[in-house]
Design a protein around this ligand. Sequence first.
Ligand code: SAM
Length: 292
Amino acid sequence: RGPPPIRVALTKSSGRGVFATRSIAAGEVLHSAQPVVSHPSPSVLHEVCDSCLRRKAGNGGGGGGGDTSGGIYYFCGDACREHAKGFYEVEKNADWSLFDDHCSSRGLKYPYMVKRLACMVISGAVSADCLDILQPARLHQGTLTEMEEEFELLDSTFRKVGIQEEQTTFLTKEWYINVLARIRINAFRIELIASSYEDLLSSALASASCDAAVGNAVYMLPSFYNHDCDPNTHIIWLESADARLKALRDIEEGEELRICYIDASMDVDARQKILADGFGFQCRCLRCLSGD
Ligand SMILES: C[S@@+](CC[C@H](N)C(=O)[O-])C[C@H]1O[C@@H](n2cnc3c(N)ncnc32)[C@H](O)[C@@H]1O
């Protein structure tokens, strides 16, 4: 397989975007992508692999061969356990109860990803500026104050573990806010596509009882796709957080590839509100302009 048939370039009015470098047929997989950082949804913790978010065998995932590691984490196999060392070796040594309680009582999900990223930076798995290339959200004063509180809890948790100071020099309030501002705009909520009848049953149960998402993740290339309420591309997850970008219809060379960030079945007013509040832009796609 050659390189993916895409390139990132400036659009006329939506910052950077992804463009087709040749014609693409409907249904073609453009490329796959692995998360830079991911985290299970709090409601399914211990039910999905802490690394790839695959459901535990018996929870509809069919991902046998897994184990639990010290009761705190579940990894679906050796590859994920190995890959997770990037955060696990640091994360498991700290008492996260204050930080986690703070986030769960407020229904916050993204700070868990910042915590994980901080552990990855400390262990040397990624650099502190690995998300800097992504677009940040514009933040209001109220949000900044909340983030400062979260940062204090994160910082004090690391201090209690006694990690060497030179390993945490990156860990400043500014770093925390910068990373979270990028995660807010670029994180994907991951819903796995059921791959068997058993999965269908258990995912129906999961969505009836709680959140259907297995977690959230940030990717590099998928973060450059702009939004359209009638997209020509979509991002899908089959059994794990490894994503696939797939053409929804025939696409011409040079055309911009766009995905839909939200539930496209909502009416135009609801879509506009969510995109403005959550992503900070007014959608002017053809579907919105036609009032559909
Ligand atoms: C995930 S990023 C997409 C890549 C981004 N354009 C960049 O330069 O990094 C999401 C941001 O892109 C911009 N964007 C995405 N879709 C847009 C659209 N349909 N109209 C205007 N801005 C859009 C918004 O600023 C949004 O917050």
